[in-house]
Design a binder for this molecule. Sequence first.
Ligand code: GAR
Length: 205
Amino acid sequence: MSQHLKKVAILLSGRGSNFVALSDAIQEGKIPARIVLVFSNRPDAQGLEKARQRGYPTACIPPEGRGREPYDQLVAEALQEAGAEVICLAGYMRILSPVLVRAFPERILNIHPSLLPAFTGLRAQRQALEWGARVSGCTVHFVDEELDHGPIILQHPVPILEGDTEESLSERILVHEHEIYPQALRIVCQGKYRIQGRRVIVDQA
Ligand code: GAR
């Protein structure tokens, strides 16, 4: 019997390398999922073009002239129309309002380039360097109504080296983002986890 494929939507604002990593893993059969929509707030996002080249349905709603909540209501409707069951934020540079989070409770994942709860928000790699941290990394977590805050699915540490720049550190973290995001999406699509308070308990079987 064929396994149920979870319908996944990807939201991105830029380059889309995490989207490509997820798409590759799905195409290689590593994740029981199907991408039903790649959505962007930016018409010029490189990730949208990559999605078109791969033949995925794409959509873009520019936010200009719309309030945060009315905008997120439109996004939620686009995702629901596409039949999305799981949403992956992949470099989606907008803070989600409760309208969108509540439309998909515990079904939105985000990748963040730090070991949360350290260095939330923008330019997390630069924040880690400026803080003088010895270790940073990346985190995949469920999205809740607070920024970079929901239950953590997977993390990977990355040492900060003498002479690191924002670019060099970002590059080394990105390699691990591309590993842990597909792993986390697999766990979620297989349903092999439960959320207990802040903790995500992954079935080891
Ligand atoms: C990634 O490093 C991702 O972790 C980060 O943006 C980059 C997107 O790259 N996300 C955030 O900072 C979210 N707060 P990509 O477009 O190549 O996937």
